[in-house]
Design a protein around this ligand. Structure first.
Ligand SMILES: [Zn+2]
Length: 433
């Protein structure tokens, strides 16, 4: 390359593209690496726009993504990584749980990226190892050099590769799968963060599905941040609502089989159906926006679950949930909550996990004789005890939804115990739910 070409390249101004603008204009997803090969469109997953732009802007230092699976978090990481290889070349480090996972990620995701992304094609051939050595050293599985920077991939179980290497961009993927300590070097995540200290424009990006509450690194990091939640607009009442599992409802037929068409997400404000059993309507996803739940958070943290994924059928999720609960599969339930809901698993003793999760699904409705909307039928059951009657009134709706309406305790006080005639008084104590 002529020196003048080299000079003009080095003097190229810093990009004014945002991370998503770069991805939308330069990214091509190769066949076989994603569910949707072809040109990248951020509009397919609007919830990735803000986190990707924060990860590539000039002001944000730290971004935490507590994401479920199937929402495109690996794609978002690749977009950020590609941006810093092409638009603002910098030393980058990607941390994966193990060396084997780092190698697999490099071969399966990063190699095709440098082969097929517009703007990244041929960059590895141009990049040298920073010391002016020959081109042949520029790209190994765990080290990729490009003009102006490099990408190092390290396994958190073997953090020797972290020692004394300055990095500006830290991309820590699946942080909940890292060991607490990797030998005498200590916590690999802390070690990686220390490597960024020399840069005043550093970026620290933590990504993971959570594991167990208390020991989950990503959950602790999410809690320390501003806890952003993605809310979409209900097409019926116009409220912005967070899609959660407690809003998913379904019905079973007489043989206890799921009725596919009954599956849906119902608005927590107006009760209307906002999503059916199949994939989420892109128009609803397009109305979404991130809202800060913890204004005292010191950095940006985001949470999203698979209910927002444009690739997930709601019916499949419900089938999985029902199957897990029928089998009382504790590990399956934990995986569902971690991977599909992107929430940490709360440990309780014995069989308490199921009731604890059910307890969370409660909703509030007025007491005092006003029946909640949805009650179609009332039933009363009476338990006869030797000194009292206990009567419970329940309201029933579609999908076997059930509301406790009233509980009445009738105490029988005998005034003539041996008269042979029941001559009692009944005092009534009523309990409202
Ligand atoms: Zn609504």
């Amino acid at each position: 390359m002529l020196w003048s070409e080299q000079f003009s390249k080095i003097c190229r101004p810093v990009s004014r593209l945002t991370g998503t603008e770069w991805a939308d204009s330069k990214r091509f997803i190769p066949l076989g690496t994603s569910a949707e090969p072809g040109l990248w469109r951020t509009s397919r997953t609007p919830y990735l726009k803000e986190p990707m732009d924060a990860a590539t802007d000039k002001t944000t230092e730290k971004v935490v993504l507590m994401f479920s699976s199937q929402v495109g978090k690996s794609e978002a990481l690749l977009n950020v990584l590609g941006y810093y290889a092409d638009q603002e070349p910098a030393p980058q480090l990607m941390l994966q749980p193990t060396v084997e996972m780092a190698e697999a990620f490099s071969k399966e995701r990063i190699a095709p990226m440098f082969r097929d992304f517009l703007g990244l094609k041929g960059k590895l051939e141009e990049g040298k190892d920073g010391r002016g050595n020959e081109k042949k050293t520029s790209a190994t599985i765990l080290m990729k050099h490009y003009p102006g920077g490099y990408l190092a991939l390290v396994g958190a179980n073997s953090p020797a590769g972290l020692a004394s290497r300055p990095i500006r961009i830290l991309l820590a993927d699946e942080v909940d799968r890292y060991p607490e300590s990797a030998g005498k070097e200590g916590d690999p995540l802390k070690l990686a963060v220390q490597r960024t200290q020399n840069f005043n424009n550093r970026k620290i990006i933590f990504v993971s599905t959570p594991t167990i509450k208390g020991s989950s690194k990503i959950y602790n990091e999410f809690e320390g941040g501003d806890q952003r939640e993605f809310k979409v607009q209900c097409p019926h009442c116009g409220c912005f609502i967070k899609l959660s599992w407690s809003m998913v409802k379904w019905e079973s037929d007489d043989s206890d089989n799921l009725v596919e068409e009954s599956v849906g997400i119902f608005c927590s404000e107006c009760g209307s159906k906002i999503r059916g059993p199949r994939k989420l309507n892109p128009d609803i996803l397009a109305t979404g926006r991130w809202e800060v739940a913890n204004p005292k958070g010191r950095y940006r943290s985001y949470h999203i679950n698979a209910l927002y994924s444009p690739w997930v059928n709601l019916f499949d999720l419900v089938c999985e949930w029902v199957d897990i609960n029928r089998k009382k599969d504790r590990n399956g339930l934990m995986e569902f909550i971690n991977l599909k809901l992107g929430e940490p698993w709360e440990q309780y003793g014995g069989d308490a996990d199921l009731w604890e999760y059910l307890l969370k699904r409660r909703e509030y409705y007025p007491a005092g004789g006003i029946l909640p909307d949805g009650v179609l039928l009332l039933t009363a059951g009476v338990d006869v005890q030797h000194d009292r009657l206990e009567c419970s009134v329940y309201g029933w709706g579609t999908g076997r939804e059930c509301w406790g309406i009233r509980h009445i305790k009738a105490v029988v006080r005998m005034s003539c115990r041996f008269s042979g005639i029941l001559n009692g008084q009944i005092s009534e104590e009523a309990y409202l739910f």
